[in-house]
Design a protein around this ligand. Structure first.
Ligand SMILES: Cc1cc2nc3c(=O)[nH]c(=O)nc-3n(C[C@H](O)[C@H](O)[C@H](O)COP(=O)(O)OP(=O)(O)OC[C@H]3O[C@@H](n4cnc5c(N)ncnc54)[C@H](O)[C@@H]3O)c2cc1C
Length: 386
């Protein structure tokens, strides 16, 4: 039977987390952006709250709760979301990590003391990950890695999850392996990029110059990194969708309050249907995005493939969130344009995630592939010559 309700524990979690986000995160959101300050204390506050809340009922702490976490924390501070999602989320990323790798890294990641960063994108390999050029070459018991990763979020991380080609004869996404490289490994250098949004989280270039790691730093079987990370991306795309939805939803709520208060031409703005309908439209789009994201999380929890659904969530949710934020900004008039209000910051932050983790076009390629594969044998697929 279909059941779209959240459990009482999830509802209460949402309520309490929203209160925390608005009281304890939102007041720091702007300053962290302006001062490029990583919100470590706020992240740890959310983590502590989650740990306390789910203690004794860990079996209920699932991916749906992760989704709630993403939505509600984004209402207060978009940049606190990813590091604060707790064990059910980190377990997805760590699915193929060895016992020793988990023991070494997981406790510090789960406490917010450390962060892990993903090094995949390169100067010549973004959407087209198969063009990846970083190389890892076997030497003795370990590997030597050379390459440039030029879009690493959380450049302040303590450990980098780096993708490099280990089989030079393989092409495309095959022959790529992943390694956990601690920050203090000789041969690493860092260079931050000056971003439009998400400025509290440093993003930038990670150079690997003759970086030596032991074989125990390798994650999973050699050559299989791309397929493994794809499984994580399916879930991550729903989480990204929900953080964008949360940021936009908070702005809609603020804009509703503004439209009630602000009088224009003898009536509150809200009495003008061009205003209230615009908000109704944005609310509808966000609601659809929200359920698509939760469906992805639910599918993964049931062990059902969700790549197509994750791709749908990833192009739709950030787009409608950005559109809603733009509308909210305009409905605040010149106040919305000022940095006094958080709407412009949320918009800047969300735009980043229209690109990060895969652009809209790349998500549509994934959906297209499945769509045309359904009866591709008889009908032909896009790109077929005949
Ligand atoms: C905020 C943010 C955080 C990020 N964090 C990380 C991170 O932690 N680790 C990491 O490795 N990377 C990260 N990235 C990089 C991100 O994954 C890439 O930017 C993304 O995959 C796109 O690659 P690209 O920027 O090289 O664009 P390109 O691949 O050059 O694409 C440029 C444009 O062409 C379009 N395009 C590409 N192929 C096609 C096609 N076949 N058909 C139609 N259009 C197409 C794209 O949609 C895009 O609009 C982050 C990016 C951002 C903005």
């Amino acid at each position: 039977m279909l059941d779209f309700r959240f459990t009482p524990a999830q509802d209460a979690y949402r309520r309490q987390l929203r209160e925390l986000a608005l009281k304890e995160l939102l007041p720091h959101y702007r300053r962290n952006d302006e001062e490029l300050r990583y919100p470590k204390e706020q992240i740890q506050r959310v983590i502590r709250f989650g740990n306390d809340y789910w203690r004794g009922r860990e079996d209920e702490w699932d991916l749906i709760a992760v989704g709630i976490n993403a939505e509600e924390v984004a209402r207060g501070d978009f940049n606190c979301v990813l590091p604060s999602l707790g064990a059910p989320y980190q377990t997805q990323l760590f699915a193929d990590f060895s016992e020793a790798q988990r023991e070494r890294w997981l406790p510090r990641l789960l406490s917010g003391e450390a962060m892990i960063a993903l090094g995949i994108t390169e100067p010549a390999a973004g959407s087209d990950m198969g063009r990846l050029q970083a190389r890892a070459v076997r030497r003795g018991d370990g590997w030597v890695i050379d390459g440039v990763k030029n879009s690493v979020s959380f450049l302040n991380a303590e450990v980098f999850y780096v993708f490099a080609r280990t089989d030079p004869a393989a092409s495309g996404w095959q022959g790529i392996s992943a390694f956990l490289v601690p920050r203090d490994t000789p041969g690493l250098s860092f260079e931050a990029v000056d971003d439009l949004g998400c400025r509290a989280v440093p993003r930038g270039v990670l150079r690997l110059d003759g970086v030596e790691v032991p074989d125990t730093a390798r994650v999973g079987e050699p050559g299989s990194a791309f397929l493994r990370i794809s499984r994580f991306f399916d879930v991550n795309r729903a989480v990204i969708g929900l953080k964008c939805v949360g940021a936009a939803q908070q702005s809609i709520d603020e804009t509703v309050a503004h439209a009630r208060r602000r009088v224009v031409f003898g009536a509150p703005m809200a009495a003008h249907q061009s205003v209230s309908f615009a908000l109704a439209e944005a609310e509808t789009h966000l609601e659809l995005a929200r359920w698509q994201c939760y469906r992805v999380l639910w599918l993964r929890q049931q062990g059902i493939p969700c790549q197509r659904e994750g791709a749908m969530a990833k192009w739709w949710a950030p787009r409608v969130a950005a559109e809603a934020l733009h509308k909210c900004l305009l409905l605040h008039g010149h106040y919305g344009y000022s940095r006094e209000l958080p709407i412009q910051q949320r918009l800047r932050d969300v735009i980043g995630w229209q690109i990060g983790d895969g652009s809209e076009e790349v998500m549509k390629l994934i959906v297209t592939r499945e769509l045309f594969a359904r009866d591709g044998a008889t009908q032909g697929t896009p790109g077929d010559a005949g």
